[in-house]
Write a protein that binds this ligand. Structure first.
Ligand SMILES: Nc1ncnc2c1ncn2[C@@H]1O[C@H](COP(=O)(O)OP(=O)(O)OP(=O)(O)O)[C@@H](O)[C@H]1O
Ligand SMILES: [Mg+2]
Length: 262
């Protein structure tokens, strides 16, 4: 089982979009993929056709002592979706207290699912520092940072680096981290300039391509699906596929030689 946490210091950069489309890319290439939502926004499921009025998910299941398998949905493209679920404020706080008390809860729960070595779990997280991101990083074999080609994302990079250093890097089974630049508009000079700076700063941690800004991304969400499913010939769909290949190459390299890709 390979566990990938999709994280960012800043909000609204495209974590959920990337998590959903990477899950879709990897599932269509024949892998078993679980897309797991560890964000109370409960939005990851919307890319996979899970009904809007469905309230089931891992938060509710955990609080009521039910197995996570009981709240797994069959999503588009063959992805298994594990939503966060809809909870009232009191229950959300109880679930967060549970995670705070047991940072290894997710890691242990995933272990107990008995997944195959080649199976992939992609975890979506809320922005910034939270009990959810800590929980995801404590379970992750790889952390995928999503950034925009702008000054605010650049300035926030050290914040997520510190979380990864604290919660993931000390573990022997943590293979490393990578960066993906999303929503790139190549016609903007500032974006080109920031891209250059980010490439210099992040070196080979950075996905060599970018995910272009593409209006098909929001159109696909409006149709309850992924861009891979909605418009597989679009520029961003090609970007997501290239990113999925790069990610798998990174993970396979780390399986041969742990830590060599960190
Ligand atoms: N490559 C892209 N091209 C165009 N729009 C995009 C792209 N990526 C994401 N978006 C849009 O940007 C918005 C934010 O994306 P998303 O919800 O995935 O970000 P997020 O990082 O998960 O946000 P949050 O921090 O709130 O969880 C959405 O409206 C989404 O459709
Ligand atoms: Mg999100």
């Amino acid at each position: 089982m390979k566990v990938i946490a999709v994280v960012s210091a800043k909000g609204g950069v495209g974590k959920t979009t990337l998590a959903a489309n990477l899950a879709s890319v990897l599932a269509t290439s024949g892998r078993r993929v679980i897309a797991l939502d560890l964000d109370p926004q409960n939005a990851l499921r919307l890319h996979f056709g899970v009904p809007l009025d469905s309230i089931d998910g891992l938060s509710r299941a955990t609080l009521s002592g039910d197995a996570l398998r009981s709240v797994m949905f069959d999503g588009v493209d063959g992805v298994t979706v594990l939503p966060y679920g809809a909870v009232l404020e009191d229950d959300r706080r109880r679930f967060e207290a549970h995670l705070d008390h047991d940072p290894r809860w997710l890691a242990n729960t995933l272990d107990s699912l008995g997944l195959d070595a080649s199976d992939i779990v992609i975890i979506d997280t809320p922005p910034g520092s939270s009990v959810y991101t800590r929980t995801a990083l404590c379970a992750a074999g790889f952390a995928l940072n999503v950034v925009l080609a702008d000054a605010a994302s650049y300035a926030a990079i050290p914040q997520m680096e510190r979380m990864i250093e604290t919660y993931a890097a000390p573990r022997a089974d943590f293979a490393g981290e990578g960066y993906v630049i999303n929503q790139v508009d190549q016609s903007r000079q500032l974006a080109k300039d920031v891209l250059k700076v980010l490439r210099h700063l992040l070196g080979d941690k950075l996905f060599p391509g970018v995910i272009h800004q593409d209006e098909g991304v929001s159109e696909s969400l409006a149709c309850d699906t992924t861009l891979i499913h909605y418009d597989s010939l679009s520029q961003a769909a090609a970007d997501f596929r290239a990113c999925g290949q790069w990610l798998m190459a990174r993970l396979d390299a780390s399986a041969v030689s742990p830590r060599s890709v960190a």
